[in-house]
Each structure stands twice: as C-alpha cells, then as structure tokens.
Design a protein around this ligand. Structure first.
Ligand code: ZN
Length: 247
C-alpha cells in the first residue's frame, strides 16, 4: 500500500502538467449523494420528467420542486479534505486544472481557481429570456421559484439539464489540457459518461500516467490506470498530497 502512495507521489512530483478529473465520489463525503445512486436525486425524481430542458421550459414551477431539493443538498455542503488536498496541489503549483462533472462549486470554495465544469454550477441562476445571471444566494430558495428582477421570468440554475449542450469552452479546454498533460488524477469517478469518459484516454494516449483514486475499481482500473489507490478519497487524497509535499 505504501508503495502505491510512493509511486503516485513521485509521478505527481515529477509532472510538468498534472490535471485532475473529478466526479460525484469526491463530494459524497461533503454530504452530497451521487444523483445516480440509490437514495440519490434521480431516485426521487425521474430525470426524464424533472431534469430535461424541455420539462423546465414546459413547467418550471414543477421542475423547481426538484431544484429546491437539490439546492438544500448543495447549498449547505462544505469542501471536504479531498477538495482541500487538490487546492493544496494547485497552491504548490503542481496541479494545473481540474475538470469536474460536479455542479456543487466545492472545488472553488476550497480554493482552486482553474476549474472546468462540464455540467455548470448551481451557485448561479440564469434567465433564459434575457440571459441575466444572479448568485443563487441572493434568493430565498424555498417555496416559490425565484424570478428575474428585470423581466420576471422564472430563473433556471446555471447547470446543464438533460438535452442541453455541454458548454463548448469546457469541451475545448478540457481536451486541450488532456492532450498536454503528463499525469492525470482521476478522483471519485468511473468516467463512463461523455465527455468525461474521453479525458483519461486522451491523456493516456499522449503518454500521461494515470493515477486513479476511487472507492471501488472501475473500468479504467484494469485498462489504463497506472496506480490505483482504493479508499475514501477524503482520507487517501490528503495522505498522498502530504507525501508529495515531503518529497
Ligand atoms: Zn430576465
């Protein structure tokens, strides 16, 4: 086990362009269950009915029932030791970018400044009519859907609903980082959903070493992962970063 940590720490220490790919698993220890897991958001709300852009346009009041629930989960969440460990890696000028599938803003709250978000960020609300944008904290997110102060349209969280395009900048930037990376940390994700699914493979193809940190083995583990560290990332990641700092 200590051998694995040492190998991973040396890869990180020697890297010129380390990137991280994160998913729901890194935020579970902040109290945000994977939306797709048992007991997750999609257990309570059928995404086809509540999480498509068409559903929102047709009946935003109904969809806001789901969003209120989502906000209760994400708004009170705080970064956990895994988020702080990645922030420390950026502070050490080793980690160049985080590509995340999460919408919870916890990487930014921990202090990371270069975060590429595939699915947007729930800390902002936007108006589909006049494109105004608001910090979500300006509104009481309970009971009645918040409306645009200029055109009174019901606002939508700045997250990507099913049926919406992944932001083009996020696609271009993440691909660029994957192509120029020489090491990638895959944290809390099995990376099976596009476009996250392509990133470790692009990096590997360009010669990057793949360090995977997950609770369970994934499809990556036996195919392209160079070092697999199993366990709760709130424990394993801080331990690894401490070792990097000591080298
Ligand atoms: Zn508006």
């Amino acid at each position: 086990m200590d051998d694995l940590y040492r190998r991973a720490a040396e890869i990180i220490k020697d890297s010129k362009c380390l990137i991280a790919l994160t998913g729901a698993g890194i935020s579970v220890e902040s109290g945000i269950p994977d939306f797709r897991s048992a007991g997750g958001l999609w257990d309570k709300y059928n995404p086809a009915e509540y999480a498509t852009i068409d559903a929102f346009r047709e009946d935003p009041v109904k969809v806001w029932q789901m969003i209120f629930d989502m906000s209760r989960i994400t708004q009170n969440a705080k970064p956990n030791p895994a988020h702080h460990a990645l922030a420390k890696l950026e502070e050490m000028n080793i980690l160049k970018s985080i590509i995340t599938q999460n919408i919870d803003n916890l990487h930014q709250e921990a202090g990371n400044t270069n975060v590429i978000e595939y699915h947007g960020n729930a800390s902002h609300l936007e108006c589909l009519k006049c494109f105004a944008s608001y910090p979500a904290e300006e509104f009481e997110l309970d009971g009645k859907p918040p409306t645009c102060t200029s055109c009174h349209e019901i606002l939508k969280p700045s997250v990507i609903f099913f049926g919406e395009m992944i932001p083009r900048n996020a696609l271009v930037d993440s691909q660029r980082y994957a192509e120029s990376s020489d090491a990638i940390l895959v944290v809390g994700t099995s990376a099976v959903v596009y476009p996250a699914s392509t990133i470790p493979y692009i990096a590997k193809q360009r010669g990057a070493q793949v360090i995977e940190m997950n609770l369970e083995e994934t499809g990556l583990t036996s195919s392209i992962t160079d070092v697999f560290i199993q366990g709760r990332v709130g424990e394993t990641l801080p331990k690894l970063i401490e070792l990097v700092a000591s080298l």
